[in-house]
Structure formats: structure tokens, C-alpha cells
Design a protein around this ligand. Structure first.
Ligand code: V47
Length: 382
């Protein structure tokens, strides 16, 4: 079956839903990874992208009740509920002005008690502090909530936020589009069509955005392929998506805590199938926070061309039991990529190249052996 798909890809034919399912079901995982890596290399060569970004969550108060979420607290005043004063949010950036991030990524709960001006002021304040910083803010779910809650059209919400400094949209909130799953895990927020419509409007207004898929809980492979197919259809229409990011489900402290987390092979398989099926997406991101740095590094040989960024300060995954560190330094990201035999490229949010690092020809272990002290150490060991 894989050989038929390889032939299709060689002929430049698009994969259909049956092919997507066959890829998810194949036992030839190494064949799958090699095929995805081949397509990644054809598009990006040995480049792997990362950026220097800062994550800010200004409120975890949320009127939605997603089964997978360990981050949101339903009401203000609930133990653990927290909404930052604008000055506190801005301080996150002010504290890092010696090495400022190129991007701030903001994702929040759906807070029913804040005025819309809070979000406009939030963005304006960040821009005042660092005019060059790119603001990648608010998932389509949040933007849809703003439209409903403040009585505006989606385009008006986006126009006002763009005037305040919004640069692009992150990919969160997509979860699983298929209603058999969506109605069970997140019935009370934007539907699949509403999520897609917000991105469609954003793309028409000239904004770029990302897309995600939360996998490894109650969904089937067929639901995953359906999700990818819906994203591919919108990408065909607008071309506005930059990156696809599969997000591995973390079970701690949420309504699906009785389920196991997906295993490494499922993580790698999902990334590889995404690369092959989403032929019109430039970038497939191995989000190291959700995968852990080790699996994210291996994913760089299975079709992923991006590993996300320094993050600095992550809360959604740490609340859900991820043992990943809350940030990585630029040097650590560069090393992860180099040791995967790839060339690290620091990018900005819109994938403009900021700095190309060399690909290291000799793996780190051999470099150490050339060092006299390490050599002596090794001689003792062998
Ligand atoms: O939408 C929440 C997911 C997303 C859990 O655009 C969970 O570059 C796993 O969208 N287990 C927010 N996942 C994060 C996000 C994102 C991340 C990295 C890069 C980009 C980008 C976007 O986190 C949510 C939801 O799908 N999430 N809880 C959990 N327990």
C-alpha cells in the first residue's frame, strides 16, 4: 500500500482520504518517516526553523469547559484563577529587553468580564515597549468569542486588533473538527465551521495564521484525516496558513485524565502523515513543548521543518502534566537541530530568515573525543 502512495507522490498526485488513512495504519513506520523526510527536504533542504518567542497568557478565566483543558479556571475568584493587570503583562516583555523576543504569542481563556479595550490596550502596550515585536495573538476560538460577546463582526474584531498591533493568528482551538469528537470534548466554543471561517476572514484581510490538531485522546485515525482534509480545503481556497502543528494530548489534571498520553511513535506518525497529506502547507512544526525536546528532535527526521521557539514561559502544557522545561535557550535549540544533522535557521514569525547557523559535519560526540580531556576520560571508560 505504501508503495502505491510512493508512486502517487512521485507522479505529483495529491493524496486522498483513503491514502491518509492507509498512512496512519501502515506498519512500515520507517518507510513513512523516510517518505515524509524526503518531501520536507524537497521543500526546505536541511533547514530547520526556530524563533525567539515569548508566551504570555493574560487570563485563565474561561467560560468554556473543554474536557482536555487543565489550564482554564471557570470563574474569576475561583482558586487559581488569574487575570494579569496590563502592567503585569507588559512587564513580561520589559524584563527581557536585553535580548528581546521577535514574537509574543498570546493565548487566553474566554473571559466574560473584561472590556474589549483591555485586549487593544494589551497589544498597544507591547508595541509601545518594542515596536518591532510581532504579536501572534488570540486563537480563532477567542476571536469568535470576542465577536459574539462584544457584538461585532469577525472582520471588525480583526480590524480593531490589527490597528492595535496584531500581526498574525496562532493555530490553537482547532482541536478535532469532526462533530463526533468536537461535541464531546469542547461543545461550548466555536464549531469547526466557525474556527475555519475566522481563519478565512483573517486570510482575506491579509493576515497569516497557523493551524493545529489536538490528537491522541478519543479520536480515531479517520477523524484525524477528516481534520487534515478540512484544513487542506481552506488552504486551497486562501493560501493563508503558514504552519501546521499537531498537538499531543497531555492527560494530567483534566476531564480526560483516565486516558493515556499518545506514545512517541504516534507523535512521529502524526507529524509524518501531516507532511504528506498537507501538500499545500509550507511548514510542519514539531512543537517541542508538547512532544518533549527528545521526540521533537527525532521528528526533524520524520517530516518536520520547525521546532517552535524559546517560549520562555509556558503554562498550558505544564498544567497538563508535561515534563518539558518551560523554555529553551537559543543555544539549546541550535544544538538540538544541529545534532539532528540539520541546519538551524532563526526565523521571524512570517518565516523571514534572521540568522543561518552552520550544519555541523561532525556529531558532538566525536568533537568531544578530539578534546584531550574528554579523550582521556574515554580511554578510562573503554
Ligand atoms: O488550543 C490545551 C491545546 C492549544 C491541552 O500557532 C492541549 O504557532 C494537549 O495553539 N494537552 C494552545 N494540548 C496552544 C497552541 C499553539 C501551540 C504552539 C504553537 C502554536 C502556533 C499554537 O493547546 C489549545 C489546545 O488545542 N491544549 N490543553 C492538553 N491537555
Amino acid at each position: 500500500m505504501l508503495s502505491e502512495i510512493v508512486r502517487k507522490i512521485d507522479r505529483g498526485e495529491r493524496l486522498d482520504v483513503a491514502d491518509g488513512l492507509a498512512l496512519f495504519e501502515t506498519r512500515d513506520l520507517l518507510g513513512l518517516f523516510a517518505l515524509a523526510d524526503r518531501l520536507k527536504e524537497a521543500r526546505h533542504g536541511d533547514r530547520v526553523y526556530f524563533n525567539r518567542n515569548l508566551r504570555v497568557e493574560v487570563t485563565n478565566v474561561c467560560e468554556a469547559s473543554c474536557l482536555f483543558c487543565s489550564f482554564a479556571k471557570l470563574e474569576e475568584g475561583h482558586p487559581g484563577a488569574r487575570t494579569l493587570a496590563l502592567e503585569e503583562a507588559w512587564r513580561e516583555l520589559e524584563q527581557r529587553l536585553d535580548d528581546p523576543p521577535t514574537e509574543i504569542h498570546i493565548v487566553n481563556g474566554l473571559h466574560p468580564g473584561l472590556p474589549f479595550s483591555y485586549y487593544e490596550d494589551l497589544l498597544r502596550g507591547f508595541k509601545r515597549i518594542a515596536p518591532e515585536v510581532h504579536l501572534k495573538c488570540f486563537t480563532a476560538v477567542e476571536l469568535h468569542f470576542f465577536a459574539r460577546h462584544y457584538g461585532m463582526r469577525h472582520a471588525e474584531v480583526l480590524d480593531r486588533l490589527v490597528s492595535a498591533g496584531l500581526g498574525s493568528l496562532p493555530g490553537g482551538g482547532a482541536e478535532i473538527f469532526h462533530p463526533e469528537v468536537r461535541e464531546r470534548i469542547c461543545a461550548d466554543k466555536a464549531t469547526a465551521d466557525e474556527w475555519l471561517e475566522v481563519h478565512r476572514i483573517a486570510h482575506r484581510l491579509g493576515l497569516r495564521s497557523n493551524a493545529t490538531m489536538l490528537y491522541g485522546h478519543i479520536e480515531t485515525f479517520a477523524h484525524r484525516v477528516d481534520h487534515l482534509a478540512r484544513l487542506r480545503a481552506l488552504q486551497d481556497e486562501t493560501g493563508g496558513f503558514q504552519a501546521f502543528i499537531p498537538l499531543a494530548f497531555h492527560p494530567d489534571g483534566n476531564g480526560m485524565r483516565n486516558l493515556p498520553a499518545p506514545t512517541a511513535m504516534d507523535d512521529l506518525r502524526t507529524l509524518a502523515v501531516s507532511r504528506l497529506f498537507l501538500d499545500s502547507f509550507d511548514h510542519v512544526k514539531a512543537y517541542w513543548v508538547s512532544l518533549g525536546p527528545d521526540v521533537a528532535q527525532i521528528a526533524l527526521a520524520c517530516g518536520a521543518d520547525d521546532i517552535d521557539g524559546t517560549i520562555v514561559h509556558e503554562t498550558i502544557y505544564s498544567a497538563a502534566g508535561s515534563s518539558s522545561p518551560s523554555g529553551l535557550t537559543k543555544a539549546e535549540l541550535v544544538r538540538l537541530i544541529q545534532e539532528a544533522g540539520r541546519r538551524p535557521v532563526e526565523r521571524d514569525t512570517l518565516y523571514r530568515v534572521l540568522e543561518e547557523h552552520p550544519r555541523v559535519a561532525v556529531p558532538e560526540a566525536s568533537v568531544k573525543v578530539r578534546d584531550r580531556k574528554a579523550r582521556r576520560h574515554l580511554d578510562v571508560l573503554v
